[in-house]
Ligand binder design. Structure first.
Ligand code: NAP
Length: 291
């Protein structure tokens, strides 16, 4: 069945995600704050562009956002020209940004008051996952809204799961980011140690990645970590945004997160080294500098 879909935020992630929805045959209207990106998208995929999030949302069955942080999300949703002004009763609004669970619950309630559904649906898989249409999507919200939206989310994902009530998607993404932060620091220490010990790191990683030390980060990042190449995806600035959300939520629910806090402070040092846009495996640069 063809649906009318609005997609707001054509960044590194949103641009290809909206593309996959269009390629699946849905009628997509895009909005992007920087108009040139929307014009480029229109040139590449079938669809229309709107001048505001509100205009994009008009008559849509499904509305997607994929923007930066809580403030950005508030602006495109509840702001002056936000999508809430035009979202029709019975539609489902799906937010793919990584933001706090609090704002997600706030939007869920605001949507409910207006007669439409809201799902927090953060994504994992990075730029390559978005470009390949193989993202992992962790969702919070009501089951009936999830059932309606699942076929559209499927267009850009390989795994989509309703975790629980509103906010659960964002909480799951926090678990995801905490797993990555601690692991990347451990991997950085190990790779740096191996280099300093004079080992052939290709041989080392070829061998130990078949055993208990294996991880996605090891498989996909060790080569570039050895070579000091850090332009392969998720930026340090984004990671710090996410770890701040994790640390604040951990304070709220009483979870000690000492490793997450220390890794966050290490990423702050990487930012001071000029690494704001380096990818999150750049924790090793800090160790190499200290030698
Ligand atoms: P990005 O390339 O920086 O794109 C951000 C998008 O949001 C752009 O379209 C930007 O518009 C728009 N935007 C930001 N603030 C806005 C505002 N106040 N009003 C209107 N539009 C606004 O970011 P991204 O990498 O696509 O990431 C998007 C979200 O996905 C973030 O929450 C990020 O944490 C999450 N995420 C990213 C990755 C990754 O690997 N990149 C992986 C998983 C999750 P302009 O074009 O005008 O700037």
């Amino acid at each position: 069945m063809t649906s009318k879909v609005a997609f707001i935020g054509l960044g590194v992630m949103g641009y290809p995600m909206a593309g996959y929805i269009s390629k699946a045959g849905h009628n997509v209207t895009v909005f992007n704050r920087t108009k040139s990106k929307a014009e480029k998208w229109i040139g590449e995929y079938k669809g229309k562009m709107a001048d505001t999030p509100s205009e994009a949302a008009k008559d849509a069955d499904f509305i997607f956002t994929c923007v930066g942080n809580d403030d950005d999300l508030r602006q495109v949703s509840l702001g002056d020209n936000g999508l809430f002004h035009n979202a029709k009763e019975g539609c489902v609004y799906i937010d793919n940004s990584t933001v706090s669970a609090e704002i997600s619950r706030e939007l869920y309630k605001a949507a409910k008051d207006k007669g439409f559904g809201f799902l927090d649906a953060p994504i994992s898989g990075g730029q390559s996952g978005a470009e390949g249409g193989i993202l992992t999507v962790m969702v919070g919200g009501d089951e009936n809204d999830f059932k309606k939206a699942e076929p559209i989310i499927d267009c850009y994902s390989k795994k989509v799961t309703l975790i629980g009530p509103s906010g659960s998607g964002q909480l799951t993404k926090m678990v995801n980011q905490m797993c990555i932060g601690g692991l990347v620091q451990g991997l950085s220490e190990a790779v740096n140690f191996g280099i300093n010990a004079g080992l052939d790191m290709d041989k080392v990683m070829e061998t130990i990645s078949k055993g208990a030390a294996q991880s996605w980060q090891m498989e996909n990042r060790y080569k570039t970590m050895v070579a000091d190449k850090f332009d392969y995806g998720f930026a340090v600035d984004w990671m710090r945004k996410d770890l701040k959300i994790c640390i604040e939520e951990a304070k709220r629910n009483g979870s000690p997160v000492p490793v997450t806090e220390i890794v966050d402070s290490y990423y702050a040092e990487v930012q001071k080294m000029g690494g704001n846009r380096w990818d999150s495996s750049s924790l090793i640069a800090r160790l190499k500098k200290k030698k």
